[in-house]
Ligand binder design. Structure first.
Ligand SMILES: [Fe+2]
Length: 509
């Protein structure tokens, strides 16, 4: 569960991790940054901010970026954020396209912890046909974020793929998954009751650090990362070539090490033959990669989208047919984003026990009515609850147990329904596997690093000696017996368990 640390404390831990990676202890870092060692110790202890001057100096002398110094804000210290309907209404913006009002946008719940940008959008443009070429429809240019869209009312969904335009007439309960940068638009088919959508956009693994890396590498290098995925043999060939090049393997070496015949391997590398599982496993061993790295992604989008009509969405009772707590409906999604899940949860009355939902995903929710629902959650050992009125929305952190309850109603159709979008953030898939491999103790240090990468004993080791000449000033925390800086004072709040879980440390490497 969440441990409370301040932004400044996390900035101190970030600073510690950064100088550890650079193999600078406190004294060396202070000397090179031109500040007294007490300044660095204060930063590491979370007692002083990392000033603009220090960051500018660090970027000038070390291979680091300004953004490396900034942790992110935790705006959900209690595990949850709620945005009430009134707040959403207050964020109302009407934008024109083609000289006329086109959409009304309203924000719904967001957090700085995850790239989910969920907008409530009302269609202000009305059409009288389902023609994808309708000239009154104003299209966007596409956008970077993936989009899950939930439809309320009679709304036309327009989308374009490979230069061809489509129009899908949608109704309440229908949903769509759309790939980034695919142009799209929406319009209402009902002039008396304009349709609405929940346009829940979210970032995949290309957002954030990967995006910045691509920006710095440049357009040409960025384009080199795009592999052909439309043809299975070519896609497998591209993956084999990628890993063969990464290790500078020769075809002869790969054939000999894997036992896959050279002619067959050459045909596979040329995209003329698709290898079976046995051959792929042998090649994966030879390339020293998991076999899944050689398996191309299976695209399940059609013309860039996955459309799920509400009445055809898979549905089930949770936890089961005996006194269920929820009726779950799986809405649009794609294998392209395996750690994004969209669900509609019908909250059934009076379950025997509250049924907890807990995942490692960030969760956005929206009560789309028709009734209020009580949301309970547990954070840091305390239970909380709030009532979500229709059109209230919320965000819940990963690993926070939560549940929904609602009183019995005479009309079963009046049971509250909650729209959920869960997104894996940055700690999913390969990243989560890496976390699992390095283990629970080490991941605590990844989250909040408080320790130098080596132990300073009673006698200064060679690394201390190497950095000693650069020391400036003296620190009240210096160990009087040997002149070696004492460990920094750790932030007093919230990291006690981190310290307890600190693993035995090896010597400097
Ligand atoms: Fe969009």
């Amino acid at each position: 569960m969440s441990r409370t640390t301040t932004f400044q404390q996390r900035a101190g831990a970030t600073f510690r991790a950064l100088i550890n990676d650079l193999k600078r202890n406190e004294a060396a870092a202070a000397s090179e940054l031109g500040v007294d060692e007490s300044v660095v110790l204060g930063i590491l202890a979370g007692e002083r901010p990392v000033t603009r001057d220090i960051i500018e100096k660090a970027v000038a002398i070390w291979p680091v970026n300004e953004r490396d110094f900034f942790p992110i804000h935790d705006d959900a210290p209690d595990g949850l954020r709620v945005m009430r309907k009134a707040e959403s209404v207050a964020s109302r913006r009407v934008f024109q396209r083609g000289g006329a009002d086109f959409y009304e946008y309203r924000d719904t719940a967001m957090s700085r912890l995850v790239m989910i940008r969920p907008e409530w959008i009302k269609m202000l443009h009305v059409v009288t046909d389902n023609d994808p070429e309708n000239p009154t429809v104003r299209w966007n240019n596409g956008h970077f974020l993936y989009q899950f869209t939930y439809f309320i009312g009679a709304v036309n969904y327009y989308y374009e793929w490979n230069g061809r335009k489509f129009c899908a007439p949608m109704a309440t309960g229908d949903s769509v998954f759309g790939l980034p940068f695919a142009k799209h638009s929406f319009a209402s088919r009902d002039p008396t009751s304009p349709g609405r959508i929940l346009a829940l956009t979210y970032g995949g693994r290309l957002s954030g650090d990967a995006q910045h890396e691509l920006g710095a590498l440049g357009e040409e290098a960025a384009r080199q990362y795009v592999l052909p995925l439309n043809d299975a043999a070519r896609a497998q060939s591209a993956l084999l070539r990628l890993h063969a090049a990464n290790g500078s393997y020769s075809t002869g070496q790969l054939a000999a090490a894997s036992g896959v015949g050279r002619d067959r391997l050459e045909r596979a590398l040329d995209g003329e033959e698709t290898l079976d599982t046995e051959a792929l496993e042998a090649l994966a061993d030879a390339l020293r990669v998991p076999v899944r790295e050689l398996v191309p992604a299976a695209l399940d989008t059609t013309d860039g989208v996955v459309i799920v009509p509400g009445e055809r969405a898979p549905a089930w009772l949770l936890p089961g047919a005996g006194r269920p707590a929820y009726r779950v409906k799986e809405l649009a999604g794609s294998r392209v984003t395996p750690y994004a899940k969209s669900l509609e949860l019908e909250v059934l009355p009076d379950p025997v026990d509250r049924y907890c939902l807990t995942t490692g995903l960030h969760e956005y929710g929206y009560n789309h009515g028709p009734a209020p629902v009580t949301l309970g959650w547990e954070c840091d050992g305390s239970a909380h609850r709030t009532v979500l009125e229709p059109e209230d929305s919320f965000y819940i952190k990963p690993h926070v147990p939560h549940w929904f309850t609602a009183p019995a109603r005479s009309d079963p159709d009046a049971a509250p329904r909650v729209l959920l979008l869960r997104v894996g953030g940055k700690i999913a898939g390969d990243t989560a596997l890496e976390a699992s491999i390095i283990g629970r103790d080490a991941i605590s240090r990844v989250a909040f690093e408080t320790t130098c990468w080596y132990d300073r004993g009673r006698r200064a080791g060679p690394e201390d000696a190497a950095t000693s000449p650069g020391r400036t000033g003296s620190s009240p925390e210096r160990n009087a017996s040997d002149g070696v800086p004492a460990p920094p004072r750790f932030p007093p709040v919230g990291n006690a368990r981190l310290n307890e879980e600190r693993p035995a440390r090896a010597g400097p490497t």
